[in-house]
Design a protein around this ligand. Structure first.
Ligand code: ADP
Ligand code: MG
Length: 467
């Protein structure tokens, strides 16, 4: 995870310019804690800390952002806003700000994906000594319990005395159990203790991408010297190096250079060194040469503590039965647990409700049964079928009330189920103007609160979709 430094550079430049074109208050409120999550063939995904900022940016600032991105060489055909843990809230800067997602079962992916179109070397290597670190991950906001206590202790020891013990440290375990969090916490601590230290955090996918670019632009020497002169190198999800022979060779040399100089190396993986397929033996033995720690999902009590702490960060005190319900039902992945909590909090916040066990139960059981890939087409077809109108009318020009309302419901569902952007929703239903989509979604949201018939219709459509 982590945004690529190139993207970060572009986004910082864009923010700098936005700052000049909006009022200070608006800038601080709406833009300060955004980040660029992804830029890929015209699709730009911007990370935002919460739903309110997301809506505001969608409604008011998409044009401005598009325009300024363009000035910086990024042609955005489509901008999406995604509530993301990478975007932190100004008011709770040291607290974790988990992802607000309304689909707890979908993994919350924060894509690093392709770096921006530019060659890597121009920007990133001269960039900074704290590459890839995100301040939201700290030791303080990491809950320690069985499953992660050993990893936590080792990381703290390293943060206290880098390069002297446990070198390399190799953390491994399943998805969403806190590996990245701990790696980042070490990096953040090292930087805070010594702001001049060259601490480099990189996801292996990004590492490989940078290496490929370095080969392409004949900058392998720059690449090598950048990484070989780190004071601490943190490489996340190293399993992705499997099968990449040249990269493994390069990494082997980097590893040796750092290790000989007593520089700290920290690596994470989803499996132990011995089980990463097609990993060169010499790298395997290097990885296993320090300390390897197996991380497990924390036990029930720890999961409860995580839920309660994260709720408190949102200034919500949850009933113990709700906490226990979540911790009982989500047993494999803290990211999912966080997602479910956030879904619950967002749901209640938007409707002005207090979180109750029955709301939690119904949200979780709906999202548990969800297929991974529901398409826009399925939603539109299912809605048309429910109201017995031809699909052509749904996406066509007619404005009769018995077509307009189903169309609005379909828009609402595209929003609530797929989180599509308003322009995209408009396009899916053959509308040119995205304000139509905004208006429709708002209208259905509002009316469904008052109108039980409408609520029934929506839940019936959903039942079919997720059946
Ligand atoms: P991994 O890298 O193992 O896939 P992450 O470190 O990304 O998992 O953790 C997923 C999410 O869960 C992150 O938001 C992280 O902050 C949170 N998390 C995981 N373990 C803990 C913990 N013990 N205390 C607090 N938050 C945690
Ligand atoms: Mg991770």
């Amino acid at each position: 995870m982590g945004t690529s430094t190139q993207q970060e550079g572009v986004w910082q430049a864009v923010l700098g310019e936005i700052e000049l074109s909006v009022s200070r208050g608006n800038f601080l409120t709406w833009f300060k804690n955004t980040c660029l999550l992804k830029e890929d063939e015209g699709l730009v995904v911007i990370g935002v800390p919460n739903i309110f900022i997301k809506q505001q940016l969608e409604r008011k600032y998409t044009d401005l952002i598009t325009e300024i991105l363009k000035k910086h060489g990024v042609d955005a055909d489509q901008i999406e806003y995604k509530i993301s843990s990478l975007a932190t809230s100004a008011t709770r800067d040291s607290e974790s700000e988990p992802v607000l997602t309304s689909n707890a079962s979908a993994p919350v992916t924060i894509t690093t994906s392709k770096p921006a179109a530019k060659p890597v070397m121009g920007n990133s290597l001269s960039h900074s000594y704290r590459q890839g670190l995100n301040e939201r991950y700290t030791f303080e906001n990491f809950i320690v319990g069985s499953g992660n206590e050993l990893a936590f202790a080792a990381c703290q020891a390293i943060a206290g005395q880098p390069g002297t013990k446990y070198n390399p440290l190799f953390l491994y375990g399943g998805v969403g159990i806190g590996k990245t969090h701990l790696l980042q916490a070490v990096g953040n601590t090292l930087v805070s203790k010594n702001p001049d230290a060259k601490v480099l955090y990189i996801s292996t996918e990004q590492f490989v991408q940078e290496f490929v670019d370095a080969l392409r632009f004949r900058k392998t020497a720059d690449f090598a010297s950048h990484y070989r002169t780190a004071d601490a190198l943190i490489v996340d999800d190293v399993q992705f190096i499997a099968g990449k022979e040249k990269m493994q060779e390069e990494f082997f040399h980097t590893f040796n250079a750092l290790h000989q100089a007593n520089k700290q190396i920290i690596i994470s993986s989803d499996k132990p060194p011995g089980e990463i397929p097609t990993l060169e033996d010499r790298l395997r033995s290097r990885f296993a040469g320090g300390m390897s720690i197996d991380m497990q999902i924390p036990d029930f009590e720890t999961r409860c503590a995580i839920v309660q702490t994260k709720a408190q960060a949102h200034e919500v005190e949850l009933e113990q039965e709700i906490v226990e319900y979540l911790a009982t039902n989500i047993q494999t992945n803290i990211r999912e647990l966080e997602g479910a909590l956030n879904q619950l909090l967002a749901f209640c916040e938007m409707r002005g409700l207090d979180p109750t066990l029955s709301v939690a139960t119904s949200l979780l059981s709906v999202s548990k049964g969800r297929p991974k890939h529901l398409s826009a087409k399925q939603i539109i077809e299912r809605t048309a079928r429910h109201f017995q109108i031809p699909i052509d009318d749904m996406v066509g020009p007619k404005r009769d009330k018995d077509i307009v309302v189903p169309r609005q419901i379909a828009m609402y569902m595209l929003r609530s189920e797929l989180h599509l952007s308003f322009p995209k929703i408009a396009r899916e239903l053959g509308r040119k103007d995205h304000t139509t989509a905004i208006h429709s979604v708002e209208k259905i949201e509002k009316e469904s609160r008052l109108d039980a018939g409408l609520r029934m219709a929506i839940s019936e459509i959903k039942e079919h979709l997720y059946a």
